[in-house]
Design a protein around this ligand. Structure first.
Ligand code: SAM
Ligand code: SF4
Length: 330
């Protein structure tokens, strides 16, 4: 076993696997209304190829958590089978998915039965009209049904991810938290990052963690949770003394790159050592050219060694990566 260590001594044990760049929503902070040119089918790893690369990461490179994401992972036809095969790996892994929740009402049971442990569902508002405005689709009820089904299927504790946008839903932070608390969902706010396909992000336009606290302070008393944050990106706070918590992932204003334990695999088989990396390492070409597991593991180790110290968003020379969030896997 050779851990995925970078030159700063960080060890990646948490693998994010994007299963598709396609999506059935069009969140304004992620992609344009007309969608994107989706990845050609042949470029995408097959189910067997995905499972083989995950098996290498788990069996040879010390990965202990696998999260499926996208695009929208629930639109990937082979998802349940990929989950089943990943959950059968030895040693076992923590297996989760980040989804917009559409279709989860139908698949939550099958996913849990296949070995999925947990879900994160993205939901930025509990008002159907604001949902339609942000996602450009009228699917609020589907997401709510998906959340409920996940809970019933035992995919808890169910986490909800929310991005706040100025003038759209930033004033709704307290009502979203109340809604999640009432249902036992763990809410985490994520600062908007410069990863949208349209390059519309601006530092001035984003809602900062400090603003999120100001909004929540209007209705709740937050106090730091005692458990250490470790490599988890979310800073956790007790709500009104606890035990319920709310998380804030302040990737931009309070970066946690120094504790990062993540590595990413895109749907077309590129290793990305950081969300914001401008370089990728092509495992698909090597895999399709007949590379052995040992060779692929070696390439993965090299890819990780070159990980940058931080994302550099505040650096004047910062350049947004060519791939948008939906093609990297958030
Ligand atoms: N489609 C799934 C979903 O929405 O959960 C999985 C992929 S999505 C890219 C993963 C997460 O990234 C979601 O929680 C979404 O809200 C978040 N996200 C997308 N674009 C973002 C951005 N520009 N800044 C911060 N978070 C973003
Ligand atoms: Fe789709 Fe997720 Fe991007 Fe929204 S954030 S458009 S649900 S990939």
């Amino acid at each position: 076993m050779q851990p995925l260590v970078d030159r700063y001594g960080r060890v990646a044990t948490d693998l994010r696997v994007s299963l598709t760049d396609r999506c059935n929503l069009r969140c304004s902070y992620c992609m344009p209304a007309e969608g994107l040119d989706w990845m050609p089918g042949d470029d995408q790893l097959t189910d067997d190829e995905v499972v083989r690369l995950i098996a290498i990461a788990v069996g040879r490179l010390g990965v202990r958590e696998v999260r499926f994401t996208g695009g929208e992972p629930l639109v990937r036809r082979g998802l349940v089978d990929i989950v089943r095969r990943t959950s059968a790996l030895d040693p076992g892994v923590e297996l989760s998915i980040t989804t917009n929740g559409i279709g989860l009402a139908r698949t939550a049971g099958a996913l849990a039965e296949a070995g999925l442990d947990r879900v994160n569902v993205s939901l930025d508002t509990v008002r159907p009209d604001t949902f339609r405005e942000i996602t450009r689709r009228d699917r609020f009820d589907d997401v709510v049904a998906g959340l409920a089904a996940a809970e019933v299927a035992g995919l808890g504790p169910v986490k909800v991810n929310a991005v706040l946008l100025r003038g759209l839903n930033d004033d709704q932070a307290p009502e979203l938290l109340r809604w999640c608390l009432d249902r036992g969902y763990q809410l985490r706010f994520i600062e908007q990052m410069p990863l949208d396909a349209q390059h519309g992000w601006s530092r001035e336009g984003m809602v900062t963690a400090d603003e999120i606290f100001d909004h929540l302070d209007r209705e709740f008393t937050l106090s730091p949770a005692s458990e250490p944050r470790g490599s988890a990106p979310a800073e956790l706070f007790l709500v009104d003394g606890g035990p319920a918590t709310v998380g804030v992932i302040a990737s931009v204003t309070r970066p946690f790159c120094g504790d990062c334990d993540r590595v990413r695999l895109t749907a077309d088989g590129q290793v990305r050592n950081c969300l914001f990396a401008r370089q990728e390492s092509d495992l698909r070409a090597a895999l399709r050219a007949g590379a052995s597991d040992e060779d692929l593991a070696g390439r993965w180790l090299v890819a990780m060694a070159g990980k940058a110290a931080g994302h550099g968003i505040d650096d004047p020379t910062f350049l947004q990566p060519d791939r948008p969030m939906s093609a990297i896997g958030g």
